[in-house]
Every structure is written in C-alpha cells, then in structure tokens.
Design a binder for this molecule. Sequence first.
Ligand SMILES: Cc1cc2nc3c(=O)[nH]c(=O)nc-3n(C[C@H](O)[C@H](O)[C@H](O)COP(=O)(O)OP(=O)(O)OC[C@H]3O[C@@H](n4cnc5c(N)ncnc54)[C@H](O)[C@@H]3O)c2cc1C
Length: 429
Amino acid sequence: MSERSDVLVVGAGQGGASVALGLRQMKFAGTITVLGAEPELPYERPALSKEYLAGDKAFDKLLLRPAEFWREKDVTFVLGAGARVMSVDPAEKTATTADGRIFRYGTLVWAAGGRPRRLPCAGPDGAGVHYVRSRADVDRIQRELATTTRIAVIGGGYIGLEAASVLRKKDKAVTLFETEGRVLARVAGVELSRFFEDEHRRQGVDVRLRSEVVAIEGEGEGEGRRVTGVKLASGEIVAADMVIVGIGIVPEVEPLLAAGAEGKASGVVVDLLGRTSLPDVYACGDCAAHANVHEATGDVVRLESIQNANDQASVLVRHLTGALADGERYDALPWFWSTQFDLRLQTAGLVQGYDEEIVRGDPGTRSFSVVYRREGRVIAVDCVNRTKDYVQGKMLITSRRVVDRGDLANPERLLKDLAARTDLEPKGT
Ligand SMILES: Cc1cc2nc3c(=O)[nH]c(=O)nc-3n(C[C@H](O)[C@H](O)[C@H](O)COP(=O)(O)OP(=O)(O)OC[C@H]3O[C@@H](n4cnc5c(N)ncnc54)[C@H](O)[C@@H]3O)c2cc1C
C-alpha cells in the first residue's frame, strides 16, 4: 500500500527543509513528507568545508532544526539510501524509492541538490580519494587525516580553496591544482582570483594554475590500495597521500527528466514561482535552472547557494499557500559567503556579463572590495573583510543606478550614498 502526502518533498537538505518549514509557518495544515537519501536530518552544508572539516563544530550543531522540532511541526522524514527517489510518475502522482516504496503526492517538490562531479580520469576511486558534499564525505576525510601529510586538492573553486585553507591550518602540505589560468574563474573577476591565489601561496599552499590532473597514482590492491600522487597532463607526478576533489556538482534531476520535465543548464527548468513543466511538480535549490532576474546575460542559470535554496523555497511555498502578492516572483538578490584563513568574503549579485571591475581599498590591508559594473551600473560586489560594503553594495545593485567609476574606487565614499544620489547622469563613466 502506498502512502499519500499532500506535499511530498524530495531531498532533506537546505531547500527541502525550507519548504517544510515555510509551509508550517504559513499554517499549512496538510501532510508533509520529506524523503532524503542521506541518513541525517537537514543540516548546514556550508560548514562541511569550513568549521566541520576543521573540527571546530560538532555535527549536532549543524542541524538546521533538532528532531523534536520537526516532530512538533508534524513533518515526516524518511531518510537513508533506501529513501532515494528513483522514479516519478506524474500521471499517477507517485514517486518510487530505491527500496521499492511508492509515495503518492498531491504536490511534489524536488529539492535534491546535486552530487559531486567525479574526476574524469584514471585512478582509484577508493581510499584516499575524497569529495566534499555530505557529512559522510567529511567524516571519511577526518578518519584518514591523522595518517596523511601531503594533500592534493583538485579544483580552485570555493570548496577547494576552503578545504585547502583548513588543511593548511592543520599543517598539512597542500597542493592545489586548477585547470584554468586563475582560481574562482567561474564566479569572480581577475582581481579577486589574484588576491586569493596570493593569499593561499603566502599561507603555504602550492597553487598550480593551468594544471590538469590526468590520473591518480596509487599502489597496492583492493582494500589496501592507497594514493601516492597525481599525474598532470605535462607528465609530472606530484606526490600526495590524499586527494580531495572539488570540481563542481551534477544536479540530481534524472528521475524528473525521465518523467518528462524540461531540463536546461544540467538542471530542471523552473519558472519564477518554482513550477517545473510537469503538473503539480515544483523544484528549488541547486538543481533548479531558472531565468534569474539578476543574471545580466539573460542566460538560464542554476545557483548553488543557501540564499537561492531558501528564497526559491519561500516563493514556491507562498505560491502553494496562496499567499503571493500580485506579481510577486523569485527576484531576490543573490548572495554568498566564503571563509578562508582569517578572510571573510561576502558577495552579492552575479558577476556574469560585467564589463569592468573596480577595486575599492587596498588588497594589501586584507580589507577591500571589488565592484563589478556593466554599462555603468553595479551588478555585483565581492567584499573581503568589509561587511559595510557588502551591505551597502546590495542597496547599490538593487538601485540599478549608473555610478561614477571614481566614486566607486574611493573607499571613503559610502556605497549607500552612491545608491541614493540623484545628481548623476545615466552614463557609463
Ligand atoms: C562543502 C560545501 C560548502 C558550501 N559552502 C557554501 C557557502 O559558504 N555559502 C553558500 O551560500 N552555499 C554554500 N554551499 C552550497 C549550499 O550548501 C547549497 O547551495 C545548498 O545546500 C543547496 O540546497 P539544496 O536543497 O538544493 O541541496 P542539498 O542541501 O544538497 O540537499 C539535497 C538533498 O537531497 C538528497 N537527495 C539527492 N537525490 C535524492 C533523491 N533522488 N531522493 C531523495 N533524496 C535525494 C541529497 O542526499 C541531499 O541530502 C556549500 C556546499 C558545499 C557542499
């Protein structure tokens, strides 16, 4: 016999938790079931490459809400590998899990995030080779850390850089490999990339740009096999006894696409209310491809951030409960943060399509911002140890005002004042 829920949420992560929580906050009285492929209740994933990897925060401190809270709110969780949804039947309105259970739904919300992109090269995928997506991934790293001295981090995105910074603090020898000519190439401008490359080098990370890892070297067989290094396209072999791979994610959308949902940007397409192309099926979070109103190039994008998962969830919950104001849609300004060494980076807006980057302040002081303009308007800010710029930069971006380059470059000028100015001509100075 199959169970029926008024709302069935697939994915017990950030987006799934926000949907369940939001529905109850909106006094939704129907049944809610959340299916999650991990054994844990929803937790703060960002800490995995920061405080949790560092050993500074216990896992129970990462839970978004304790078990008791979810019980009180009457949200049912079905967790573990058996609860992974393998197929969806939109005509019958059912989802089938890996252990063969069939869940019927009134509304389905797909919030299944993504799995780490595997390294497309030869070599062992067992002991010594790690990804950073789940608690289980980081617990596995922790178990091997004591006997590890040399670590190869593959990927110069946020996760790779954060992991490198934590591991350097633990006094490990860290080499970071990035195929592009700079770190953070996908998400930031050149100035910020150069700053973080310099910082990592200063802290003792061996940063190797334009370095493609083509194989993981190992010795031994079966259970006893262990990593000895990585081989680069140049033929060079760099010694390592642990490899951490951070090269992006593959959205978990296959069951939905197989059920006929439209896909794009490797995710499932949603509109700005969270609706997929299937009736009564919604999606949010890392897997949801959408036409973000802040994306200057007009491309359909997937955003991988807490802000996006929460805000998309909030709009779809308000839509489902009939609470949306006329014309309201998902238009929240994207923001993100990262911590590396003693640096707190806060970003707002999306950098894609910028035609100019302007540095505010001296990066040498370790407190500065980079402002991105497109046709004279500020579309994004990256702020390092400079929260005031981050807060005020958000105002400036949403003001859509044309702003003078000299004013932006002057760290004494408050960004909130520039957001409020009325005397500037709309020109790209
Ligand atoms: C190491 C790390 C550091 C990060 N740091 C930051 C940061 O500093 N700031 C920031 O804003 N964002 C950060 N992020 C990104 C942020 O955590 C994600 O954007 C956010 O968790 C996305 O929420 P989600 O609900 O889409 O996916 P998730 O939180 O990943 O949840 C998806 C859940 O669905 C489960 N699932 C997958 N497939 C199925 C299935 N078929 N059936 C059932 N369950 C399934 C998964 O196991 C998972 O538990 C970080 C991510 C990682 C991995």
